[in-house]
Design a protein around this ligand. Structure first.
Ligand SMILES: *Cc1c(COP(=O)(O)O)cnc(C)c1O
Length: 362
């Protein structure tokens, strides 16, 4: 018997979330972001779930190849562009659009061997201060790219630092400030614009842009921990499910697990769940973190170990060995687990361990 743990990817939920994004986008086209193995959901499953997107955006060239092999014939945007000059050959072979964010990448295109033109997005740094050209440089970058026969300028992009704040004026670098810098960068340039991530798309009024780039929302998690995904009309795409593999009653005063973090106040039935941090469950989840056992939400009791967690079954008296358990999904929002563990849903999805079998449903 294989260990009972499994991640189920709900393709119907992915289609539903893309539709929700489509409504928010109000006419803007959608790059569905599928980097990091589609936030842990699998490139091939993302191609199925997001088949109605206008394009798919990612980072890794091998994942782009997988998307093509899975049958995706539409646009593919490489969000970090080229890592080395030879990536231009992959752009041509796989028909990829590449972000250009640095002088080094610009020189790679200027030195490219002759061949079919590669579509590029010019990325502007408007306050995130990771990637991109300064706004005052963008016109010159555009001019250098526009004269290359091996390049076609397809878009202008930027990325927000604080779009998860509901007040658009908030933060040391507000959304409004970034938008003003972007406007300055793009002045006089005639190319489609692409700005919004999930937070900008779902939490703010529509922006003047041609394309949006949501990721997390399409997987049914929230871009802002203060706004539950459900309240944004989103459905969880990933369910991490397993079973109880043991049940025991511990006496009052007995402790459970490493460090004896949970101490029973009274005789307590403890369920042992076949999932631990080696499966991607966060080790920092505190006692009380919700776990659904046979449809009832019960509290974690004791430290997460490598292959197991332990829960207090006081409210699930019928639970026994083999009872189904949901770590996250429709009953336990991934965002809630993440918040209690001091992280975000993004990290939990991406950290799903390779040893967990993944199946598509819906
Ligand atoms: C990851 C990423 C996105 C998607 O962000 P979400 O918060 O998941 O919606 C959009 N744009 C860029 C450049 C990204 O790297």
């Amino acid at each position: 018997m294989p260990r009972p743990i499994q991640a189920r990817i709900d393709l119907a939920a992915m289609r539903h979330n893309l539709e929700a994004a489509r409504r928010r986008a109000a006419g803007r086209r959608i790059w569905a972001v599928i980097k990091a193995n589609a936030y842990g959901h699998g490139i091939e499953r993302a191609v199925l779930g997001f088949g109605a997107a206008d394009g798919l955006a990612l980072i890794d060239f091998e994942e782009a190849r997988r998307a093509r092999r899975a049958g995706w014939n539409g646009p593919l945007l490489m969000l970090e562009g080229l890592f080395a000059p030879e990536d231009i050959a992959a752009c041509r072979e796989l028909d990829l659009t590449a972000v250009v964010h640095s002088e080094a990448q610009l020189r790679m295109f200027e030195a490219a061997p002759p061949g079919p033109a590669v579509g590029v997005y010019i990325k502007s740094n408007t306050g995130m201060n990771r990637l991109g050209f300064e706004p005052r440089e963008v016109a010159a970058v555009h001019a250098r790219l526009a004269r290359l026969p091996s390049v076609r300028v397809d878009g202008l992009s930027m990325h927000f630092a604080n779009s998860d704040r509901v007040d658009a004026a908030a933060g040391p670098v507000s959304m409004n400030e970034q938008l003003q810098r972007f406007d300055a960068a793009c002045r006089g340039l005639d190319a489609p614009r692409c700005i919004s991530n999930s937070a900008a798309l779902f939490l703010h009024p529509p922006l003047a842009e041609d394309w949006v780039r949501p990721g997390i929302a399409l997987y049914g998690a929230t871009p802002d921990s203060a706004r539950p995904a459900e309240s944004l009309g989103l459905r969880p795409a990933m369910t991490l499910a397993t079973e109880l593999i043991a049940v025991r009653t511990v006496a009052a005063g007995e402790a459970v697990g490493y460090g004896s973090r949970f101490v029973a106040q009274r005789a307590t039935r403890i369920g042992v769940v076949a999932c631990g941090y080696a499966d991607g469950y966060p080790r920092h989840a505190p006692d009380g973190t919700p776990v659904a056992v046979g449809g009832t939400v019960v509290p974690m009791a004791g430290r997460v170990s490598m292959d197991m967690i332990t829960v207090d079954l006081a409210d699930a008296p019928d639970a026994t060995v083999g009872t189904p358990v949901e770590l996250w999904g429709a009953q336990v929002p991934i965002d809630r687990v993440a918040q209690l563990a001091g992280t975000v849903g993004y990290e939990l999805m991406c950290a799903l361990a390779p040893r967990v079998p993944v199946v598509a449903v819906g």
